[in-house]
Design a protein around this ligand. Structure first.
Ligand SMILES: NC(=O)c1ccc[n+]([C@@H]2O[C@H](COP(=O)([O-])OP(=O)(O)OC[C@H]3O[C@@H](n4cnc5c(N)ncnc54)[C@H](OP(=O)(O)O)[C@@H]3O)[C@@H](O)[C@H]2O)c1
Length: 270
């Protein structure tokens, strides 16, 4: 099991993953480094067993190294780490969560054929109801199993071949933003019909969570579930008509495809 776990970047996603691992592996030492050091320091104060560290210290000492910086920053960060990584004779694994960047690209940027795990998280991991897809290059089955066990508190942790990670990212990684827009719009509609804002927000999020849970647990096709709500001549089918008129489904499909295309662009060398 990994014992010295480093985070380079403790922003939204690095911080979320560190919080999960602090709970699942309370005995592991967590090393936190961030460009703005105060952000790492605030997280270290929150997590028992965590200390503020520096990028090159983590590169020299940790056996699992999370690279939680924006894709555009990755090349610069890895060129800073490369000399320390090259000097190591012990085993370590790099973990990337950067949209678009392949594991081969991470290896090329790091300057060695190091074991790499690529993960694609989403923000609901912060409440234990997220999804993480992952794959590995040069990581052993035991290392991949240990990695998945560390993230067990995130929600669903699912192995996926690398060629599908960009697609999963466009749906599952970016998707919370699409749902947030939907929630806001639902609540706005409720307010337009006279509901107090606070109640409209609660009803919208409860309804979306419940409908998603029902679809997932029942395994029933969403089209069939939709049919059960639409009484002949009733009000729901009028709402469905309005959504179809606004090209709701085509627009949502376009959102996923647009994010997928951007992921592919991020992965292309400049
Ligand atoms: N957010 C999501 O929903 C999501 C979903 C899936 C994947 N991801 C991936 O997760 C990664 C991180 O995204 P994020 O949303 O967590 O971004 P973020 O909140 O901006 O966090 C990035 C962090 O990296 C730090 N940083 C930048 N350069 C650094 C350096 N040279 N050394 C150390 N730390 C450095 C930044 O420090 P400062 O405090 O100085 O800015 C910032 O705290 C990205 O690759 C993204 O593609 C994000």
């Amino acid at each position: 099991m990994f014992q010295q776990i480093g985070f380079i970047g403790t922003g939204a996603m690095g911080g979320a993953v560190a919080r999960i691992i602090a709970r699942t592996a309370p005995d592991a030492a967590l090393y936190l480094a961030n460009r703005t050091e105060e952000k790492a320091a605030a997280l270290a104060r929150e997590l028992p067993g965590a200390v503020v560290s520096a990028n090159t210290v983590i590169a020299s000492a940790c056996d699992l190294i999370f690279l939680a910086v924006k894709p555009q920053m990755m090349s610069g960060v890895l060129s800073e780490l490369a000399p320390a990584l090259a000097q190591r004779r012990d085993r370590f694994v790099l973990v990337t969560m950067a949209a678009g960047l392949t594991m081969e690209t991470i290896r090329a940027m790091a300057g060695g054929e190091y074991p790499v795990i690529r993960m694609m998280p989403n923000t609901p991991i912060t409440v234990g109801a997220g999804a993480v897809q992952y794959c590995g290059l040069g990581a052993t089955d035991d290392e991949l199993a240990d990695f998945a066990a560390l993230l067990a508190g995130a929600g669903t942790v699912d192995p996926l071949p690398e060629h599908l990670i960009d697609a999963a990212s466009a749906l599952s990684g970016c998707g919370p933003a699409y749902v947030d827009l939907f929630l806001e719009a639902l609540a706005d509609g409720g307010v337009a019909c006279g509901l107090p804002r606070q109640k409209a927000m609660v009803y919208a999020s409860q309804m979306v969570e419940g409908a998603a849970k029902m679809a997932r647990l029942s395994g029933t096709h969403p089209g069939a579930l939709k049919d059960t709500v639409c009484s002949p001549g009733g009000s729901t089918i009028q709402g469905v008509r309005a959504l179809e008129k606004g090209a709701f489904r085509g627009t949502v499909m376009d959102a996923v495809i647009a994010a997928y295309e951007k992921n592919r662009e991020l992965g292309r060398p400049e």
